[in-house]
Design a binder for this molecule. Structure first.
Ligand code: ZN
Length: 313
């Protein structure tokens, strides 16, 4: 039985310096900061959420900047999301190359894939970020002051999951979430759920016998899939438990609720609800301005603020 997954919800990475992270997300990629909070499992570390105007699931890129917070560099490899791809309009890649190079980033052309061109850039933490040019993304972009609608990022296009053996991974994603195989090339299969296209796709890349991933700075921590309701999330959790699959309790992330588990290839998956969203503790036009804490941390605000690095944006 598969559960009604709507597409991608967000991608979360462990990054290095908080200011460099903000500069990349806001100034280089032109995303909107839709929430500045702390890691709910480690209040000494920020949690930044970037996305479109409202932080619509499927546009969300989130980071834990762990610099000097006791986490060492990770290793990219099997059992991990190794590339995060953002969707940009067809014809805009030259603008992006110029923009990113002007900010000191190294950008290269990626080989065309499934009929779409892309460029790849390494972010300040060492994460691999792709910009994929597509005609197929009708989402309304967030427009920062110097990026127009002809170029602006539309949201997450897809992620590349690297696994040793793709067969059990695909079988799991098909059985539980209803992912279908769309296309295949060069050891890579594109799978999609609830339709096809940007925000609904994942590439499963097979690297048999390749290096095993290690979680840490400069790596993606998990990918989250969107589910419509809290009841569906509970039903999915119960069914996973019945099959003997290790899954966390439902976690309150303030802006959605979450469950986490690993697929057979080792990649950490989260399933997150669409609601309540980011305009719950600050108005829509003020998203990302103040440091927002979950209610259970509010009494420690002074101590938390004093310990976090100061940032400007
Ligand atoms: Zn998450």
């Amino acid at each position: 039985m598969s559960f009604p997954v709507l597409g991608l919800h967000h991608v979360t990475a462990t990054t290095d310096d908080a200011q460099a992270d903000l500069d990349f997300g806001l100034d280089a990629l032109g995303l909107r900061l839709v929430k500045k909070t702390v890691n709910f499992d480690n209040r000494g570390v920020y949690h930044f959420y970037y996305g479109d105007e409202r932080g619509t699931p499927g546009t969300l890129w989130t980071t834990f900047p762990y610099r000097l917070r006791g986490v060492s560099a990770g290793i990219k490899g099997a059992g991990q999301v190794t590339v995060t791809s953002f969707s940009v309009p067809a014809g805009s890649l030259d603008v992006w190359k110029t923009r990113l190079r002007a900010r000191g980033f190294t950008v290269s052309d990626a080989p065309p894939r499934f009929g779409e061109e892309s460029v790849i850039v390494t972010d300040p933490s060492g994460l691999l970020i792709e910009l994929v040019a597509t005609h197929a993304d009708a989402r309304t972009p967030w427009l920062s002051h110097d990026i127009d609608a002809a170029s602006a990022v539309r949201g997450i296009h897809s992620v590349t999951m690297t696994v040793d053996d793709p067969a059990p991974t695909f079988a799991f994603m098909h059985e539980w979430f209803g992912f279908e195989r769309i296309e295949e090339m060069d050891g890579r299969q594109r799978v999609a759920v609830n339709g096809v296209g940007p925000g609904k796709s994942i590439d499963i890349l097979a690297t048999p016998g390749g290096v095993r991933a290690k979680n840490g700075v400069g790596t993606v921590h998990h990918v989250a899939l969107a589910i419509a309701t809290a009841q569906q999330q509970l039903d999915m959790r119960e069914a996973l438990i019945k099959k003997g699959i290790g899954v966390t309790p439902v976690m309150d992330r303030s802006y959605f609720t979450s469950i986490y588990f690993r697929e057979p290839g080792g990649v950490l998956f989260e399933v997150a609800t669409m609601l309540p969203g980011f305009a719950t503790d600050e108005p829509l036009d003020q998203l990302g301005r103040g440091l927002k804490l979950p209610p259970w941390e509010e009494s420690k605000r002074a101590e938390i603020e004093a310990a976090l690095p100061s940032v400007r944006y």
